[in-house]
Design a protein around this ligand. Sequence first.
Ligand SMILES: [Fe+2]
Length: 387
Amino acid sequence: MAKVESLGIKRLESVNYYVHDLERSRRFYTEVMDFAEIGESSEELTKRGRQKSVAFLAGNCAVVCITPQGEGGRAARWLRKYPDGVGTLNFEVEDAEKAFRLLEARGGTPIDDVRRERDAHGGEIAFFSITTPFGDSTFRFIERRGYRAILPGFEMYDAPRGGTNRLGFLGFDHTTSNFATLGHVSLWLEHVLGFERFWEIQFHTTDVDPTHAHGSGLRSLVYWDPRSGVKFANNEPWRPNFRASQINVFCEELRGPGVQHLAIAVKDIIACVRMLRARGLAFMPTPGTYYDMLPARLEKLGVGSIAEDLAVLRELEILVDGDGPGKYLLQIFLKESSGLYKEEAAGPFFFEIIQRKGDQGFGAGNFRALFESIERAQDGQLQGAKR
Ligand SMILES: [Fe+2]
C-alpha cells in the first residue's frame, strides 16, 4: 500500500453536537460531566446561522452543542432527519490550505473554500469543511495561530462557567462510528484522508447462545493517523441475525450511519466513575460473571496482576483488557442518550471513558463485553451470563 501524504492533523479538538434541548445538554455537561461552559455564538452568528451554539470544555475535550432557532439552519435540517447526534468532527491541522489541496486532489469534497480570519489580538484562524461517508456528518479542518475563540462569531466568556474538570478528562482518545457497509468508508479513510489500517476484528455472539437464535455480530476496521494518533473505529453488522445486530439497530435509530461513541481519556478512571455514579449517571451494565472470569482472562492475556482492586472494578462495573505483561486499559461506557433521557429523540450516541496503562488497543476483549451489554440493554435478555 502506497502511503499518501499526511494531512497534518494535530488532534480532534471538538465535536459539534445537534440537540433538541440545549438546557438539558448544559446541565449534562456542566453539572454531571464537569465541563466548563466557555462561550457561545454571538447574537449576530445565532441570527445568521439560525441556531444557537454553546461550547463546553474539559481538559482537551470540547463539545459544541447546537440547537435550532427557527427553520433554515443546519441544526434544524439535521434534527428534521435525525435524532440528536454528532454533526461535525473538528480537527486541528498544521496548515489548512495544504490540507485542503491534499483532500481535493484525492477526491475529497469540500463544502467551502478555506476561510482565513484574524481576531482583535492578532490571532489567526483558517478552516474549511468536507462531506464524508459518515452520513450527514461533516469534518472540519482548523488551523489556529493564537486564535482563542472556537470559530469566528463565537463570544468566549472571560470566566468559564460550571465545572472545573474534577473528573480528570484529558482529551478524545478515539471515535467509533457505525455503517450499513464499510467498503467505501475504508477506501475513503485510506485514500482520501490518508489514514492507515490499525486493527481489525470480527466476531459473533451466537456462540454464547446455544440455540443460535439470538446474538449478533460485527466487523470492525480501525484506521489511524500515525502522526497525530487520531483513531477511527468503524463497524458494520455481520450476519446471521443482521437486523438484530447492535450496529444495524444503531443505524436504524440514528436513521443512517454516523458516530456511535467518543472515547474520553482520563487520568484516574476509578475516581472519575465513582464521582459520576454518585451523581446518578447511568452506564451500560456489565454482568458479574465478567469479574468472576477476569483474573483468568488477564492471565491468558499475559497481563499478570493489575494495580486496581477487582472488587472496586466490579462495584463500579469498569472493564479491563490487556496486551501483554503489565500492559492494560480500563474502560466503561455511558448509557446511550436515548436511554439516559428515556427519549428516542435524544439519539443513540454515548461516551466511553478510558484510562490507558500501556495498552494502545481498544479493548478487543471488551468489545465483545460492550456488544453483549448493549444487546442486553436492547432486548432485556441475559445471554447466558448471570452473576
Ligand atoms: Fe471505544
